[in-house]
Design a protein around this ligand. Structure first.
Ligand code: AHR
Length: 286
């Protein structure tokens, strides 16, 4: 089997890679792994290489939403089922993929905004740290968050930029925005924990107190976020479960047996904040 992974941009991504590799090993599957280093052209090349090698199935975590149809048609012509994990794609032909196993990123964005609305009494000037441009979680987490903002006129995004889902990106973008449009912000919404952890560093270096005089809310629920919440430096994280290996391999097996799968299986996520962080930390698996 082939697994075309996005890259290694975040702790979440590393956990997802380990989950899929671990499940392959448990099932005795020979897994060919490709790290696209965040570039769609590398992922497309990897999928083509898997097809040329005659794999039985392909697991794909697509970097961005668009541009997949030609290579997916090639996989279909070769009768190789493709199971999408984590991120969806835009396509006019849903039959090009066997199924998608992923969280609902719009709901995650909504949950982050609802938490912030409750804690700020609906008054916040927000810096938004967006994920990779064109990626499903960046698009949908923005959408869900903004839906809630529309119902809370006292909350507004004062500055917004991509930090590419990386800790270094979150830090650099926050440093820059704090010197400009985000100077007076009292909240940061990061599309993932790694960027939030970078932003926390930038806030502290600018003499601010993240978690206290600047609310920081993010998504993923990685261990580093729980540690930051327990230390009072991060306020809230919305879980996005990366442990997709067992579900992905179940789906592959069904697809190989010709079973029809649902278009999407939604992974359920929860919200955690500083109140529950310390007690939850020992239970975290990623
Ligand atoms: O697609 C899931 C997102 O991608 C995770 O939130 C983020 O950490 C990762 O890089």
């Amino acid at each position: 089997m082939g697994f075309a992974q996005v890259g290694a941009e975040s702790a979440w991504r590393t956990a997802e890679t380990e989950s899929i590799k671990g499940e392959a090993a448990r099932r005795g599957v020979n897994l060919k792994f490709s790290d696209a280093q965040g570039k769609q052209e590398n992922q497309i090349k990897a999928v083509r290489a898997f097809i040329a090698q005659g794999v039985n199935a392909i697991i794909l975590a697509p970097v961005v939403e668009t541009g997949w149809e030609p290579v997916l048609r090639e996989a279909r012509r070769a009768r190789i089922p493709v199971v999408l994990v984590d991120r969806g794609i835009q396509s006019t032909d849903p039959s090009l993929v066997a199924t998608l196993i992923a969280s609902d990123f719009v709901v995650e964005g909504r949950m982050a905004a609802e938490w912030l609305a409750r804690k700020t009494g609906g008054k916040a000037d927000i810096i938004e740290l967006q994920g990779t441009p064109g990626a499903a979680p960046a698009i949908d987490r923005k959408k869900g968050f903004e839906e809630v903002l529309k119902m809370n006129p006292g909350m507004k995004i004062v500055a917004s930029q991509s930090g590419d889902f990386r800790r270094s990106g979150g830090k650099e973008v926050t440093e820059a925005l704090l010197k400009g449009a985000g100077a007076g912000a009292n909240a940061i919404y990061a599309h993932n924990d790694d960027m939030a952890l970078g932003a926390i560093q930038a806030l502290e270096e600018a003499g601010k107190k993240p978690g206290k005089n600047v609310f920081v809310v993010s998504i993923d629920g990685v261990k580093g976020a729980f540690e930051a919440m327990a230390a009072g430096r991060l306020n809230c994280t919305v879980e996005c479960n990366p442990l997709l290996g067992p579900m992905a391999f179940d789906a592959v097996e069904k697809a190989l047996h010709g079973e029809k799968l649902p278009a999407k299986t939604v992974v359920q996520d929860r919200v955690f904040d500083a109140d529950s962080a310390a007690s939850e930390l020992p239970n975290r698996k990623y």
